[in-house]
Design a protein around this ligand. Sequence first.
Ligand SMILES: [Zn+2]
Ligand SMILES: [Zn+2]
Length: 141
Amino acid sequence: MAEHPTRTGGCHCGAVSYRIDGPVRDIIACHCGQCRKTTGHYLPAASVNRRHFSMTEDRGLKWYRASESAGRGFCTECGSSLFWLGDGSEHISIVAGTLDDATGLKLQGHIFTATKGAYYELEPDLPSWPAGDGGAFPMPE
Ligand SMILES: [Zn+2]
Ligand SMILES: [Zn+2]
């Protein structure tokens, strides 16, 4: 069984923090309208199985019902966007910029590019999908 570094992360002010003790999926950038509105640009997300994920501080955490099937976790103190969680999902998406140290992780693709902002271009050497990736990027165990 592979060893995985313990990773930590959190919001800007410290009212939300978390810890990961397991494999982390590389970063996928989502360009959907929700991600663009809630982050101000697009959302680069890692993903982990929830059994390897724990909150170490949640006094600032609030879940916003962004759609009928998912919530977005953010900090009520500083406004940082941190999490995306589909209802009933085994995996939680973690906004890459909230990791204290993302060493070893890399941006591996773009999704929902059909709704990307008009003011930027995508890296031409990375795969992209107009909507979801259709399972091209497997979730971590
Ligand atoms: Zn905060
Ligand atoms: Zn999105």
